[in-house]
Design a binder for this molecule. Structure first.
Ligand code: 5GP
Length: 177
């Protein structure tokens, strides 16, 4: 199995490009069915979700809107736990069918703390699509409506996810050795 280095750490391939894209296609298929005629607004959380959001959005056949916002709670290999305020949320969410697009749910703290801010605007519905979920690490109760892959509690990089700024460009997802 190919081993790569990002900064000082070694990682091995965990999910191939083909596996990821196939699953993203399936999620988009589910969303196409669930949101037919509803014109949802996707709110993708930067930086990590840009590839997932892009590949998923391309597979949508329904009318849909997309915006990107930024929140950060991760430094290095461990979640810092504190959620920084969102930047770029200009859309009025009142009465909208909103889908949050997140790269990975780890402890769940980031989204758990952010959701009230969105709910305050009274969207018609609010769902979450997460490419990756680490169930063993999740401490905050969150209902994840679309999940790409449930993964073990190990640090991953690639496909948008970084380790201290690097690794986002990798087409595959790699796991820390
Ligand atoms: P949470 O608040 O759920 O603990 O953390 C969510 C954020 O932490 C994710 O959006 C992501 O940016 C970052 N994160 C969590 N786990 C990992 C991981 O294994 N690898 C990388 N690169 N980022 C992670």
């Amino acid at each position: 199995m190919p081993v790569i280095k990002v900064h000082d750490k070694s990682f091995e391939t965990y999910l191939s490009e083909e596996t990821i894209l196939q699953r993203v296609k399936e999620i988009a298929g589910d969303i196409n069915k669930d949101y037919a005629g509803k014109r949802p607004l996707f709110i993708a959380i930067l930086n990590g979700s840009f590839m997932f959001a892009s590949d998923m959005f391309k597979q949508l056949t329904i009318e849909a809107e997309l915006c990107f916002i930024k929140l950060a709670s991760y430094k290095g290999l461990k979640s810092s736990g504190s959620v920084v305020t969102s930047i770029g949320l200009e859309d009025d969410l009142f009465d909208k069918e909103v889908v949050i697009v997140e790269d990975i749910v780890d402890t769940g703290k980031t989204l758990y703390n952010f959701l009230p801010k969105l709910l305050h605007q009274q969207p018609k519905s609010l769902k979450i699509a997460a490419l990756l979920h680490k169930p063993e690490a999740t401490e905050y109760p969150l209902e994840l409506n679309y999940i790409g892959f449930r993964i073990p509690n190990k640090f991953v990089v690639g496909y948008g996810l970084d380790y201290d700024g690097l690794g986002r460009n990798l087409k595959e997802i790699y796991q820390l050795i």
